[in-house]
Design a protein around this ligand. Structure first.
Ligand SMILES: [Zn+2]
Length: 128
C-alpha cells in the first residue's frame, strides 16, 4: 500500500511580486537559473565564469560580490538593512536571506525584502 508522503506547502512569500522578477528569483532559489554557474552545471555553456570579472557567477557572486552591480547592490542592501533595523534584527545580509527571506520577519517585512531583491534583479538586467 502506498503511503502518502507529506509535502510541505510552498511559502506564501515565494508568490510575492511581479511574475518576471518572481520567476528569476525562484530559478535562483531552485538552482536552475540563467546565471553562468547554473548553466555550466547543466552542461549548457562552457564556463561558469561571470562575463564581467572572470569569477564563477554563482548566486552569491551575482547578489553580493560582482563589482559590475555595486550601485544596484548598495541600494538593495540599504533597503534590507532598514527593514532589519525596523524589526530590531541584526542579521547578516547573506544569500540565504536574499533568496529565502527570514522566519523572524512577518510576511509584510519579507515582501518588502523580496521587493528590494526584485528591484535589484530588474536594475541589473541580468534576467537570471
Ligand atoms: Zn562578476
Amino acid at each position: 500500500m502506498w503511503k502518502k508522503e507529506y509535502v510541505e506547502p510552498p511559502k506564501p512569500i515565494f508568490h510575492f511580486g511581479e511574475r518576471n522578477s518572481q520567476m528569476s528569483h525562484t530559478r535562483i532559489r531552485v538552482k536552475f537559473s540563467n546565471l553562468n554557474f547554473h548553466l555550466f552545471n547543466y552542461n549548457l555553456i562552457d564556463s561558469p565564469n561571470c562575463q564581467h570579472c572572470d569569477l564563477s557567477e554563482t548566486p552569491n557572486h551575482y547578489f553580493l560580490i560582482c563589482a559590475q552591480y555595486a550601485q544596484e547592490r548598495a541600494e538593495m542592501i540599504d533597503k534590507i538593512r532598514y527593514i532589519l533595523q525596523k524589526n530590531n534584527l541584526n542579521d547578516k545580509i547573506n544569500l540565504e536571506l536574499l533568496v529565502h527571506g527570514s522566519k523572524k520577519l512577518s510576511y509584510i517585512s519579507n515582501s518588502k525584502l523580496f521587493n528590494a531583491v526584485h528591484i535589484y534583479i530588474k536594475k541589473t538586467c541580468r534576467n537570471p
